[in-house]
Design a protein. Structure first.
Length: 256
């Protein structure tokens, strides 16, 4: 029964974090609680196994789209990213049980931030570890503490929920509530703010080319000509022209 409960938490850990990335970014404030709960309640040997599973399955699901472009790149990225998602709960397991409260609460966010900083020097940077991207509407807080600071607060939120569930102390819930009020206030500020300055004229170019990435890579010159034709057909001069994220399957700076 205990094993069933632990595996259920592991599945919930993976599912909630993946859902955060695709459908419900607001879940990021609590989506890591299940895996953190495991770090506190299972043995270190078990946590290594669960961390490896979490570390591999989570990024494999989140970054599956890379495989559409190149399998070698996908597995290379997966190996690097999986090490991050695997190391974080393993190190948390060691330190959470050794450091006394209330300092143990900041262990998960500090470990995450430290790993994010170290992985910044990897070949693919560490932008994918910045969970602050799931909470972009937090000005003026974001202006003050930047993305890394928001990521720290997100991990702190998960940690506060964890320790409330474990210790049943209202001070953790109270602190989490204060954090929630700050987040909601920032969200309200950014949504109620009135834009100032001159209005921009923006043109969006969307050709809806239903071809594979490989096809677009082999026909880059044709695509560039197609986009150029569409851009030149814009009658009113825009201040900004927006193209699809993957408009070109090539480096246009190297295209004659």
């Amino acid at each position: 029964m205990k094993l069933f409960w632990e595996l259920g938490l592991l599945v919930l850990s993976i599912g909630s974090y993946v859902i955060t990335g695709f459908y419900a970014p607001w879940l990021v404030w609590i989506s890591l609680v299940p895996i953190l709960y495991l770090t506190y309640h299972v043995s270190f040997r078990k946590m290594i196994i669960y961390s490896v599973i979490f570390g591999i399955v989570t990024p494999a699901w989140l970054f599956y789209w890379i495989a559409y472009y190149d399998f070698a790149t996908y597995f290379a990225c997966l190996a690097l990213v999986a090490s991050f998602y695997g190391l974080w709960p393993i190190i948390s397991t060691i330190l959470i049980k050794k450091i006394k409260h209330p300092l143990a609460i900041v262990v998960p966010p500090i470990i995450w931030s430290t790993l994010q900083f170290l992985y910044h020097f990897s070949i693919i940077n560490s932008f994918w570890a910045n969970v602050g991207i799931y909470a972009p509407m937090l000005a003026p807080l974001t202006w003050l503490i930047k993305g890394y600071g928001v990521a720290f607060l997100i991990l702190l939120s998960n940690s506060l929920v964890l320790f409330y569930l474990i210790k049943k102390k209202k001070k953790y819930l109270f602190t989490w509530g204060i954090l929630g009020i700050v987040v909601l206030a920032c969200f309200a500020f950014i949504n109620l703010a009135q834009p100032k300055g001159e209005a921009l004229r923006i043109a969006i170019v969307q050709p809806n080319i239903e071809e594979s990435f490989e096809w677009r890579g082999n026909h880059s010159d044709e695509l560039i000509s197609h986009y150029e034709s569409q851009i030149r057909s814009i009658t009113q001069k825009p201040s900004l022209i927006v193209l699809p994220e993957y408009a070109f399957a090539t480096n246009i700076q190297n295209t004659a």
